[in-house]
Design a protein around this ligand. Structure first.
Ligand SMILES: CC(C)(COP(=O)(O)OP(=O)(O)OC[C@H]1O[C@@H](n2cnc3c(N)ncnc32)[C@H](O)[C@@H]1OP(=O)(O)O)[C@@H](O)C(=O)NCCC(=O)NCCS
Length: 171
């Protein structure tokens, strides 16, 4: 059954009125579009193999498109009464228009459908703006994971672990 989260608020988006679409990765072209955004977005982007493995593992890969343009996506791992956000990325052309918030809202809807009580994520310790973005969307600081992310050369960077308790949760 196709995913049917709440419809994104079109006033947040660059060209209201055209076709919004929530979808998964069902074609090679969709995966190519994801990989193109990954390459523009990260020093250490996910590879085709990472996405293929995530698909095989049954992770939730949620794409948001507008017409033929892929705007952004999330990848989340379902768990027992929890979900883990592994990747959230917005196309560079359409950043700072609230789309990360739309994706996080859709993620929360899906997580609640899975009976999750909370959503976990990691974010690079140096990415203060991204941590503030998550905090604005209900995520709270939990802990620091030492040396979690690769950096240049042999160096590693800490991760900040954040958690959002979902509405109605007993957690
Ligand atoms: C982080 C990201 C998903 C935010 O997407 P977005 O659609 O631009 O986010 P929103 O429009 O909902 O919110 C914008 C806010 O995000 C914050 N922010 C987070 N990361 C940011 C970044 N790298 N640069 C600028 N602002 C950033 C800012 O506070 C900004 O608010 P402002 O415009 O008032 O300053 C997007 O910048 C992105 O894909 N970055 C590359 C991948 C990434 O870092 N993903 C997160 C990994 S933990």
């Amino acid at each position: 059954m196709p995913f049917t989260a709440s419809v994104p608020d079109e006033t947040l988006l660059p060209a209201a009125g055209a076709a919004w679409r929530w979808h998964g990765v069902t074609t090679p072209a969709e995966l190519d579009a994801v990989l193109a955004i990954e390459a523009q977005s990260y020093s250490h982007p996910w590879t085709r193999g990472n996405f293929t493995d995530a698909l095989k593992a049954g992770f939730h890969i949620q794409l948001l498109s507008h017409g033929s343009q892929l705007l952004g996506y999330t990848v989340a791992m379902p768990g027992v009464e929890e979900a883990h956000l592994l990747n959230i990325t917005v196309c560079p052309d359409v950043r700072r228009q609230g789309l990360a918030g739309v994706l996080l809202q859709a993620l929360a809807v899906w997580a609640q459908q899975q009976q999750a009580q909370c959503i976990w994520l990691e974010v690079r310790a140096s990415h203060a703006a991204t941590q503030r973005l998550y905090a604005r969307h209900g995520f709270e600081f939990v802990a620091v994971r030492k040396g979690y992310y690769p950096l240049d050369g042999q160096q590693r960077e800490d991760a900040v672990v954040m958690k959002r308790v979902l509405p109605g949760s007993a957690a």
